[in-house]
Design a protein around this ligand. Structure first.
Ligand code: ATP
Length: 454
């Protein structure tokens, strides 16, 4: 039997729609299959995932630089990379109900929907084609990139020349990719337009195995550091029959999704395949001069290739929980603070005219430093529940006592602990708590607080 995570995907789909994380694409026209739109909370969540990746892969390192290449590339790129020839899945049609399937995903040679007879498989290229310029002929064909990696390979020499860096050197990129997938589904797990976070790590041949091992561990740990439970992650090596035409070795970081263990990220040792191919097709020299050995070598490449949308889905699923509190049930997203779309909510105890100016002032002071939301509608309990459901780590409540002592209540999402903290040092206190300081550590002049919520 397939192992599953136990979290119901329908609950995540409905929460995403209800609270504005993810909507169906062009919903008012009945929707566009396997494309999605990110709402106000979803765009923050997605940006946080990308920023956490960029920080770990580029900002915090001196051996990786970033680029942002175009989605449209010279069509020869895809001949050289093997995509025109190889980037295809076997497609079968049901002769009765006309549905289409990937032959390699079927366990029987009958239609899984109606049991009808299937056609023989034919190879279906997954690249979207379009035309550049006003003439629609074969000469004007360009493709929407099916991966961001090739934009990195074709710029290898540009980056080496302009940065004057030595190997090992990584080049990172985040951007949209497009694949005309035969079967889609499982919410945002597989769509036709999606985003990737890819890094090509160029190394001297012979050092590739060590670098490969290093990136396997580093990429696995990245998810754990951002709060994904280790039990829900695993590394799986590709069998020889599974390896892509370019790969010497490959592992998937898999997550235990509701439909079972599935790929979150692929980490491949691509050898020198890409640079050799692009050198051959472009006629350019893409080798590297090794000053130690005084020889020209073609670098090997280690590629960690992650999906932004799949990561967003894994973060949502892993954070989701339903908890029984003393008096009621709450739905809560236990996001790591770096991932949480809203970091701090400012909540005046009521809309009382004396409280509002101070609450507005606190909001104005804080919002420049953190993604902050101001909410004054309905009871304080209802507002806490709303913030729990969208994963806000800290709520700041302003009450009548605040007018007297210039202190506010900070309430932490997971422990439900509350402290009173001085307004004049609030920014620093919130920063420390978001960085992981326990709630039991009080700011100067602060106290414990047992009001509002036990
Ligand atoms: P799969 O076997 O699931 O189709 P893949 O092996 O073809 O994926 P790669 O080419 O290795 O995927 O792409 C790297 C990453 O990009 C994947 O691990 C995934 O996170 C993401 N990705 C690939 N295709 C899609 C898609 N159609 N929708 C969303 N994310 C995708």
């Amino acid at each position: 039997m397939t192992q599953t995570s136990g979290v119901d995907m329908d609950k995540i789909v409905s929460l995403s729609k209800r609270r504005g994380f993810i909507f169906q694409s062009s919903e008012i026209y009945g929707g566009l299959g396997s494309c999605c739109d990110y709402g106000p909370l979803g765009v923050e969540l997605k940006r946080n995932v990308k920023e956490a990746w960029w920080k770990a892969m580029v900002t915090d390192r001196d051996d990786v630089v970033g680029i942002d290449a175009g989605i449209l590339m010279h069509p020869q790129t895809w001949v050289a990379s093997g995509h025109v020839e190889e980037f295809a899945d076997p497609l079968v049609d049901c002769k009765s109900c006309k549905q289409r399937f990937r032959a390699d995903e079927l366990t029987e040679n009958r239609c899984p929907s109606c049991g009808g007879e299937l056609t023989d498989p034919r190879m279906f290229n997954l690249m979207f084609k379009t035309f550049m310029g006003p003439v629609e002929d074969e000469a004007a064909v360009v493709y929407l990139r099916p991966e961001t990696a090739q934009g990195i390979f074709v710029n290898f020499q540009n980056v080496m020349n302009t940065t004057r860096k030595k190997l090992p050197l990584g080049i990172a990129q985040i951007g949209k990719s497009f694949r005309n997938e035969i079967t889609t589904g499982n919410f945002i797990f597989r769509s036709r337009e999606f985003e990737q976070m890819e890094m090509e790590y160029f190394v001297k041949p012979g050092t590739d195995r060590d670098a490969f091992q290093y990136w396997l561990e580093e990429r696995f740990d990245w998810y754990v550091r951002l709060g994904i439970r280790k039990d829900n992650l695993r590394l799986r090596q590709h069998g020889q029959d599974e390896l892509s035409h370019y790969a010497l070795d490959c592992y998937d970081v898999e997550y235990l999704f509701p439909m079972g263990w599935s790929e979150l990220e692929g980490i491949a040792n691509r050898g020198d395949f890409d640079l050799v191919q692009h050198a051959k097709f472009s006629g350019r020299d893409l080798s590297y001069f090794d000053e130690e050995t005084q020889e020209h070598v073609t670098p090997y490449v280690i590629e960690p290739s992650a999906g932004v949308d799949r990561s967003v889905l894994a973060f949502l699923l892993d954070a989701y929980d339903e908890e029984q509190l003393e008096k009621e049930k709450r739905v809560v997203l236990h996001f790591h603070p770096a991932i949480a779309p809203i970091k701090v909510a400012i909540l005046p105890l009521s809309r009382n005219e004396q409280l509002v100016p101070l609450a507005r002032q606190v909001y104005a002071d804080i919002r420049g430093a953190f993604m902050t939301q101001y909410d004054d509608s309905q009871s304080i309990g209802r507002r806490y529940r709303r913030q729990d459901e969208t994963g806000t780590p800290l709520c700041v409540t302003i009450d009548f006592q605040s007018l007297e002592d210039n202190q506010v209540t900070i309430r932490e999402r997971d422990s439900l602990k509350q402290i009173r903290a001085p307004i004049n040092t609030l920014g620093a206190t919130l920063r420390a708590k978001l960085d992981g300081e326990p709630m039991d550590v009080l700011p100067e002049g602060g106290t414990y607080w047992l009001g509002f919520e036990g």
